[in-house]
Design a protein around this ligand. Structure first.
Ligand code: ACO
Length: 450
């Protein structure tokens, strides 16, 4: 509905069509019971600007009112046009396109282009994009030496985060973050090199020689080849698994202001280069409450061991002894649309690999949890990580490499979020406030007098 209002400039007699909310903005009336003063705070997009609260003061020298929001439960830190989520309705869209359509009709590289550029590519744009990514898949040979320094049992996510950060030292031009062409080049490098780093992490652990990228293969096909190729001339890729991995990458490509995206933006806001910013984002993803949950789910399923032990496990969860990993989400309180798709992908993968024993335990866990008052009341549903690990395991990936797969896909989202932050005129260095609850001023006491 057009809520424009015609405004006449009395000086010139000219008429202007102006959005109504500029003339009569929605506003929130606040009465400060401490002073009796009344304030009108404009409401835009269902939010008030936190800085508008600063005018609410007890006295002239009062700092002014702030909001207190640990863990950003109710604070929008940016305006974003990348990903839309309606957690209650279970909706996820990248740049307006429903995740279901993208997972069915697109491929990961095309989705990455969409997320980063805002529109689906033309044929020419896609070819150019694919060429640029595949021609940045090689790693500097010194990277291998760096990786050789890791212990044989180093966790792949630790290696990945460190190596991505180390790329900053190979590409000092990446410091040029305000140059759009430079950002484009770093984007090719990051999306191109992440699978190579991931595969090197895996092979380092096994003491296997590193496999160079094969430009003839698809993005996921090349990754599978770098991971699993042995002495054969060409690694034979199963098209079902190649496609399944591609779908999983699409589902993981972005998820608006989650923990790791927030870290990417936060580090990037200090004007650090994208490689070190992404090392931080990968570290955030590593945590078991975020992307590390897929690894935890597998460990949990193994610990449960058999279907008949599920009720006892659920009992322990309800008693607060442990969490049901892969369940619950800050935003989704109905269902996670990605989890539904992942289940379908699992069926396709198991046709090829054979059904995982752990799947039965997972299905039983979901069945019991979804009819249990504890989970219903708290709106806890399976999230993206509940089934993804079982698929990755069936495909031959080791458990501790699961989060690395997540990181490869999320690279597109992280860079898009970082880029959007950099060109957003409203953004500045991220610097939250605090409510100080520590000691009042006191004088230093020499050690012998304490
Ligand atoms: N198992 C058991 N209870 C849970 C779980 C769970 N997985 N998740 C939340 N709860 C309970 C909490 O104990 C709390 O109960 P209470 O009200 O009695 O105290 C209630 O549900 C609300 O939980 P919060 O922790 O406040 O929810 P929040 O939005 O802060 O946390 C999170 C979301 C971190 C995802 C949480 O659900 C969790 O830890 N899940 C398990 C880890 C996981 O799967 N993470 C992956 C998320 S998807 C992703 O990041 C890619």
């Amino acid at each position: 509905m057009n809520n424009n209002i015609v405004v006449t400039d009395s000086r010139t007699g000219k008429h202007y069509d102006v959005p109504g909310d500029i003339i009569f903005p929605d506003s929130l009336t606040i009465i400060d019971s401490r002073t009796g003063k009344e304030y009108a705070v404009p409401v835009h997009n269902g939010t008030i600007n936190a800085m508008d609260l600063r005018q609410i003061k007890l006295s002239e020298d009062d700092f002014g009112l702030m909001t207190y929001d640990p863990a950003f439960m109710n604070t929008a830190s940016c305006k974003s046009a990348i990903t839309f989520i309606d957690g209650d309705k279970g909706i996820l869209r990248y740049r307006g396109y429903p995740i279901e359509q993208l997972a069915e009709k697109s491929n990961f590289l095309e989705v990455a282009y969409l997320i980063l550029n805002g529109e689906l590519p033309s044929k020419v744009q896609y070819n150019d994009w694919e060429y640029s990514i595949t021609h940045h898949t090689m790693l500097h040979e010194s990277t291998k030496k760096l990786m050789e320094g890791f212990n044989h049992d180093a966790h792949p996510m630790g290696m990945l985060a460190s190596t991505v950060g180390a790329l900053s030292t190979f590409y000092p031009d990446s410091h040029n973050i305000h140059d759009a062409e430079s950002r484009k080049l770093q984007t090719y490098r990051l999306i191109g090199k992440m699978p190579t780093i991931a595969a090197y992490c895996y092979r380092h652990r096994l003491g296997l020689p590193y496999i160079y990228p094969d430009l003839e293969l698809s993005y996921t096909g090349n990754f599978l080849s770098m991971m699993f190729k042995m002495t054969e001339m060409h690694y034979k890729i199963d098209p079902v698994l190649e496609h399944a991995l591609d779908v999983l990458f699409i589902l993981h490509a972005d998820h608006e202001q989650n923990c790791s995206a927030n870290v990417m933006r936060s580090i990037g806001s200090s004007n650090a280069d994208p490689f070190v910013s992404m090392a931080g984002a990968a570290a955030a993803l590593y945590g078991p409450l975020h992307g590390g949950a897929n690894e935890e789910v597998l460990m949990m399923l193994r610990e449960i061991g058999t279907k008949d032990r599920v009720p006892d496990f659920i009992k322990r969860v309800k008693e607060g002894e442990q969490k049901l990993m892969g369940f619950g989400h800050r935003i989704y309180k109905n269902y996670d649309p990605r989890a539904k798709f992942i289940k379908e992908t699992a069926d396709q993968v198991f046709e090829v690999t054979g059904r995982s024993r752990l799947l039965d335990i997972a299905i039983e866990l979901e069945r019991i949890a979804l009819q249990d008052e504890y989970f219903i009341k708290r709106k806890l549903y399976p999230n993206v990580d509940f089934y993804s690990g079982i698929i990755y395991q069936a495909m031959g990936f080791p458990t501790d490499a699961f989060t690395v797969l997540f990181a490869i896909a999320r690279t597109a989202g992280w860079i898009a979020q970082w880029q959007e932050m950099l060109v957003d005129k409203e953004q500045k260095i991220a610097r939250p406030r605090q409510v100080y609850i520590g000691a009042e001023k006191r004088d230093f006491v020499p050690m012998e007098k304490r």
